[in-house]
Every structure is written in structure tokens, then in C-alpha cells.
Write a protein of this length. Sequence first.
Length: 351
Amino acid sequence: GMSVWSPRAGARGKLATTGDLTIGSELDPCLMPNTEKRSGPLGVAAPDSLGVACRKGRKPKSVPNQDAWCARISEGDMSALGVFDGHGEAGHLVSHAVKSGMLDDLTCAARSGDDVTAVVEDCYRRAHRKVCGSWRLKAWDSGTTATVVVHDVPQQRLVVSHVGDSGAVLLRRSPQGLVAESLTCDHRPELEGERARIEAAGGRVFFDGRCHRAVDPRGGVALNMSRSLGDAAAHVAGVSAQPAVAVRELRPDDVAVLIASDGLWDVISPEAAAQLLNRFPPDEAAKAAAMLADEAMARWLRRTNGKAADDITVVLGWLQSSAAPLDREDTCSTEAPLSPLTTSASVSPRA
């Protein structure tokens, strides 16, 4: 089969001429809420089966959008999607600094044969060391989440890894429409194993009225997640850069991957996201991602009386499936199947 998120000429830009393409967010100083973050390289369109929205939230302090995203698109080999949600004063610099290097690293790791977990853990260790070793990034009290899904096309599997709370979901086709299966579990300080590690390192976990935080009793940072990249002060108190790693064999009814920052998941559940995506065919991934971001922003503003919204990043990639086309009578759609170049011919647009 050909790769997921395959490069092709799209209405939104020039043809990507190479078999390998890396696109992603750029540093963007814009402080206007709900502004879409700049992405690059300039003039290169995302394939129609890849949709991204990366919106600046509405926050009391003027900080730029601290979310970052990256997509590595490769013909018939390894493709990868990643979301990175920065926090702390320099969070936007940290998330930007790790994104493209990590995707390249993790794509190589997925190729490396048997013990994929050890190789992936090594990638995260290197990224964490690199961030903490840079004075420019102020990673003592700034850091980022990282969630990366690599599609290993030859072996028809996903290699999923993450630290923090940017969740990844696999969308499956069912007779009732799309169904969501969580690929990640948020790293929260109050979880039993996480709390034990933090307390063993001399840190403690407390509830601040809104969420649990890992804190170093010697003062310093109180972090609302138990694993991250950067955050050197919190790592002294038991926060970890070790990723959770999972390999998921793909089945014919697995159709798309959705990764998002907690700006989406705090207000829209995976099940609700799957239902909202039902009405979009695979070649309208950009519209679908924008719709999810719009809906999340509206829910944040309703919940806070217009005062606050987190940064919201949504990355939606339709998988290229090797499955045979569905019998058209099984679907509500009368449209012709989409070009197999952009998307799985086994996925029919839902009415």
C-alpha cells in the first residue's frame, strides 16, 4: 500500500515534488486570540487527507501560541504526526525546538526492528537532554508535552509514544459511523504510579482546586502533568521524560489518526470528536480540523464567559488502507469513491 497522508497536488498550494515532505508550525509572535499559527515551508500544501488547525487561545498574560505540530509525509514507508504543547515562560520555544527533530528520530526508531520501545525511549531522552542543555530555552521552568504517531506502512502498524497530556485517538469505521479508540493515557501526577515516583524523588502532589500538580517542596515549579520534556526543576522532583510507548497493529476498519492538545480534549471527548467528524469525507481533512478547533474555542468561551481558552491544536490524518473497497450499498453515500491517491478507497464519505 501507499503511505498515509500521501503528498499530491492540492488546491491549497504547490505540488510537493518529493516523496518525503516535512511540514509544521513556525514560531509565531502573534498575540491575537483565535489566530491560526503560521506554518511552513512556504508554498507547500498539505495533502488533502491531512488537516491541521493550531489556534492561539485567550489567556490573561500575553503569550504567543505555545502549541506546535509537525507532519512527516513519506511515500509508502514511514509517515509521522506530532503535537507538542509548551508551558512556562519559554514554552513556545521548547515545543518548537523539539518538534521536527523528534519526528525524524522517531521515524528512524520505528524502522529499527525488534525492541522499538527502548529505541523510542532513547529518542525522548535525547530530546529532553538537548532542551535542558540550551540556555536560550529557559527549560528550568519551561517545557512541553510530546505526542507522536508513526505510521509504519510496510508493517501496517502505528508506533505511538507520548509524554504529557496531548492525546492521540484512532478513528475506526463502524456501521454507526466513526468510533474513537484512545491511543494514549494522560500523564497526571495523581495517578498511582506517577505519584509514587514523584514522592520517591522528594516531590509531592497537591490539588490546587482545579487540577493536581507535581511540586518540588524546595519551591519552584508546580506542574499539572507528571511527564514532559524540559521542566528541569520539576524533573528534580520526580517528573519524568520517559514516554509511554505502544505498538498498534492496523486493521481494515482503522481509518484515521487524530492528535490534539488538551485545548481540544478538555472540552470535547474522543467520542464526541468522532461524531463531529462523521460528516466529513477524508479529502476534507482541513475543513474537519478547522471545525473541531472552532467548536472547542466556542465551548471554552461559553464555559468561561468569554474570558479564557487554551491554545487548541488539532492534527487529523486519514490512513491509507490496504483494505478492499466497501460494498457501496453498506453506506449512506451515493458519491463515487475518492481517489486512492489521497485516501483509503475503503472509506466512503458519510452523508
